[in-house]
Design a binder for this molecule. Structure first.
Ligand SMILES: O=C(O)c1cc(C(=O)O)c2c(n1)C(=O)C(=O)c1cc(C(=O)O)[nH]c1-2
Length: 234
């Protein structure tokens, strides 16, 4: 009676991916505190310094996807992500904009770059994401990035709420989010297309859903560590 299970239709598959939205980090207690304006400067700095570790590992994660992908079309397309974060020259790109956010919060570049504030839980979570991308089939790693499907609304709200509740943050500090918002909607859509096109069996489709669930856990774990630290350190 056993036999291969039918793959989902594209719409069912996309619905299974979207059904993970409640596991996204939009309503993590730390994000709620960030949005309502109740974080101290110390907590905001801790958030920025720790998220730096995530930001700086993203190009390595994307490079791992490139390294594992045998398809030139995908590689050509994916390469843009590395350039987006690293910039095409020093002083440009997403990582640079994140450093500007950290500076606007009162950190020095040096203390962000040397990772002295990175908490063990954040390091473990981000390293797990990197290891996932290095060791799993490339399409699963692409699927793990689909958390971005859930992020534009959150990012828009974050920008508005931070401008309102933390008016001392200079506008230059928000460059990361303003520039990210212009690319993210398009990126999310083309990433779904890639995952749908290249997950052909039911097993591959389920592995893609599991990859996205894993990534939601990575993001939750990052904020758990930052939130806990803020609460115990005051
Ligand atoms: O601010 C956010 O809430 C948020 C979330 C995510 C995400 O959902 O993984 C990313 C980003 N920002 C982001 O800026 C970014 O460059 C990014 C890349 C990726 C990824 O997994 O490849 N996620 C995210």
């Amino acid at each position: 009676m056993s036999g291969a299970r039918e793959p989902w239709e594209a719409e069912e598959f996309i619905a299974a991916l979207r059904a993970l939205a409640p596991r996204y980090w939009h309503d993590h207690p730390f994000h709620l505190r960030l949005h309502e304006g109740s974080l101290s400067k110390h907590e905001l700095r801790c958030w920025a310094a720790n998220r730096w570790y995530y930001q700086r590992c993203l190009p390595q994660k994307d490079a791992a996807i490139l390294a594992n992908c045998p398809l030139p079309d995908i590689r050509r397309h994916w390469l843009d992500r590395i350039v987006y974060h690293d910039g095409s020259a020093p002083g440009e790109g997403g990582a640079e904009n994140w450093l500007r956010m950290a500076e606007a919060l009162g950190l020095t570049r040096e203390e962000v770059r040397d990772e002295r504030h990175v908490l063990p839980g954040v390091r473990f979570a981000v390293d797990a994401y990197l290891t996932f991308a290095r060791t799993r089939p490339w399409v699963e790693s692409v699927a793990s990035g689909l958390t971005e499907m859930f992020s534009p609304g959150l990012m828009r709200r974050r920008l508005a709420d931070m401008r309102t509740h933390y008016p001392w943050i200079a506008e230059d500090g928000f460059a990361y989010f303003t520039s990210r918002l212009t690319v993210i909607a398009e990126e999310g859509k083309s990433t779904v297309d890639i995952v749908v096109r290249h997950s052909n069996t039911r097993e591959q489709q389920e592995a893609a859903v599991a990859a996205l669930a894993f990534k939601c856990d990575v993001l939750q774990a990052i904020l758990d560590a930052v939130d806990y630290h803020g609460r115990v350190a005051g």
